[in-house]
Ligand binder design. Structure first.
Ligand SMILES: N[C@@H](CCC(=O)N[C@@H](CS)C(=O)NCC(=O)O)C(=O)O
Length: 212
């Protein structure tokens, strides 16, 4: 199996956590999202993902984009289930996962930030304000959901897809200096997840392409 990703990419980070939780061997192929305008835009990488985004998982003749589709595929292969068997619980897990992966990550993704700061001329200050605004919106709702659903982790006491989607967005928010003290439950769950070996191995700074 090969994972094409980037150390700081939150969508790649989710998939790395899943691969480590499932103890699946994989070869990490770094795609530099910044160098020379971004390797994700190269013709070679376009063969792997015409949307010019990471991650891509290659498993034999299967070539997959979209981190949530990749994680559901990995979930079907082995190891502890990231989506509960119970249909209602699974729907709750998906709801929290999508809060992060569908309603937050896409609007703080690199190309959006480049458009805001560059094309719309908002600069670094405008970019920071944008990130803070949307993180606060999403994390306020998530903090509220956790009052209902959290146990040790986002939904009860088992690690689920929701946890894989939360941790990378916290990394991203911290990277851009967002104050996370208004979200104590979210941060408590995050801190417990960070104790798990699979989450530690998946951290951006632990990747071969990390620049720290
Ligand atoms: N919905 C996609 C999102 C993928 C995505 O946005 N990837 C980002 C990194 S987290 C990317 O490749 N950005 C490159 C760019 O914006 O040019 C997924 O979950 O895989």
């Amino acid at each position: 199996m090969q994972l094409y990703g980037y150390w700081r990419s939150s969508a790649s980070y989710r998939v790395r956590i899943a691969l480590h939780l499932k103890a699946l061997d994989f070869e990490y192929k770094a795609v530099h999202l910044i160098k020379d305008g971004g390797e994700q835009k190269s013709a070679d990488y376009g063969q792997l993902n015409p949307a010019q985004l990471v991650p891509t998982l290659v498993d034999g003749d299967l070539q997959l984009n979209q981190s949530l589709a990749i994680i559901e595929y990995l979930d079907s292969l082995s190891g502890p289930r990231l989506l509960p068997e119970d249909a209602k619980q699974a729907a709750i897990v998906r709801m929290l996962a999508y809060d992060m992966a569908c309603d937050l990550q896409p609007i703080v993704n690199l190309r959006i930030l480049q458009y805001v700061s560059g094309t719309l001329e908002a600069g670094d200050e405008g970019r920071s304000a944008w990130i803070k605004h949307w993180v606060d919106k999403a994390f306020t709702a998530f903090e509220s959901r956790l009052q209902t659903y959290a146990g040790t982790y986002c939904v009860g006491d088992q690690v689920t897809l929701a946890d894989l989607c939360l941790v990378p967005q916290v990394y991203n928010a911290q990277r851009f200096g967002v104050d996370l003290t208004p979200y104590p439950t979210l941060m408590a769950v995050h801190d417990r997840l960070q104790q798990l070996p699979a989450f530690a191995k998946a951290r951006p700074e632990a990747q071969p392409d990390a620049v720290v």
